[in-house]
Ligand binder design. Sequence first.
Ligand SMILES: C[S@@+](CC[C@H](N)C(=O)[O-])C[C@H]1O[C@@H](n2cnc3c(N)ncnc32)[C@H](O)[C@@H]1O
Length: 353
Amino acid sequence: MDLLTTELNTRLHNTRASTLWLVDENIQLDTAANPTVHVVGNRLDVIERLQQHGWQAAFSDFDLSGLAAGGFDQILYRVSKEKPVVHYLISEAQRLLRPDGQLVLLGDKGEGIRTYAKKAAECLGGSRQEQKLGKESWCAEITRGLTGGSCPEHQCYPELRPACEDTRHTYWSKPGLFGWNKIDRGSALLIEHLPNMLDTTLPLSGSVLDLGCGFGYLALNVAGGATRLVCSDNNAAALRACRHNLDQAGLTQAEVLAANAGDRLTPGFDTIVCNPPFHSGFSVDGDLTDRFLAASQRLLAVNGSACFVVNQHIPLERKAAGLFADIHTCLDSGQFKLVRLRQPINLQSQGYS
Ligand SMILES: C[S@@+](CC[C@H](N)C(=O)[O-])C[C@H]1O[C@@H](n2cnc3c(N)ncnc32)[C@H](O)[C@@H]1O
């Protein structure tokens, strides 16, 4: 366990004050639930895990509007990867902490923790104490003054806005989700080659699943004619953006579902499109690819096709062996691979359709 996690767990365990714990994707849980702590987080898998351990935890895109001003003695936050999220949560701390309350920020030097601590002290109008936990890691305690100061710019974090476009759509998005203001080049490549991969034309017919949908780029480009369209992600910001984009495109019947690697979905999709994640927080997580492959195997109809785009270095074909009987690399661009998976093995042997 790293030093930041140890420090966070100690504080979570010991606190008797009214505490808000803000969690992103980058936490490891190793402490029993503390009833004085209220948790808010934007990743479904993290929140569900905390709830299973007895924590009072809510899943949202850090929507703290329902929490009373000045209602907390303490806020604990291990800083997120994206600057606008951190800036937004520092600004919210100004509203949510009582005078003399404390914002405790934890992070590594390379993540900008010391700069965040300075900005937070200015915003909260109070004093700051920093403790070095190890070579790289820091814990900063910022006390809220009677009057707050100016808070760091968070680019209107909660609001969706037009973020990027192509000839077909304008995509609305927001900070807090993967590559929020650009079209992913791998995903664009998948859309370009999908008709060849499936030997058909777009839009697709039948039932379609966009697994790990982000703001809905793949869904919007494949699914105008689908009998059923499901988009799912574990990130609350992504789900909001995706719902908005589908509605704007008239796809109001499409379902947008919160799920951890598709775990809540029922099988039977004719087509699955997927650009799987391989980062979790600050680190690379190879297991995520395996989990997305296993979900596709479970969710695909016997005669369906799952079309993946991955970075060239990911051994998707090897990972998919044993899960699918038909694995075909349709394109290797040198940077991305497009892989079509058919005949999910378990479903076949069990005779499901
Ligand atoms: C590489 S992005 C692809 C986004 C979008 N499909 C596109 O093509 O632009 C991967 C997506 O997987 C989502 N994701 C990461 N971990 C997940 C998990 N455990 N369960 C569901 N979705 C997850 C991320 O939030 C992100 O939206």
